[in-house]
Write a new protein. Sequence first.
Length: 154
Amino acid sequence: MKRVFLPAILFSVILAGCQNSNQGPALRGPVGGGLSQNKALKDSANFTTIQWLDSTYRDLGKVTDGDQVEVTYRFRNTGNKPLIIAQVSASCGCTIPETPQEPFAPGAEGLIKARFNSSGRVGTNNKEIYVMANTTPSTLNQLEFTIQVQAKDR
């Protein structure tokens, strides 16, 4: 009896854990206009369009190991609904992005900023920044940059 009971409990715990892990990244921060971040990403009636004013790819050149580098990407809400940036994340912990907290009215411009920490990253680094927003044709926008980190002179 114990042999059947213990595996059944373990299976139930694992199954419950898997069901909860499929909810996606947690969205945070206040959003104006009465439209929640979760609803903005799910309700296609409130989708808008985004135009990246500069390239979505940046070559940041060369830096010395230990330098902190900021990268920015300019955008404009080209749709007719408020643009809600629900979450901004990076492909690596060495890149810390900022998530704008307020919606952007139609025609308004904004910035996505991130800071790259080059410490211990000697060589070529290719990084991605992911912007989740109520945009069409996709709610996931990908930004990229490359940076060459050189060792400090000794």
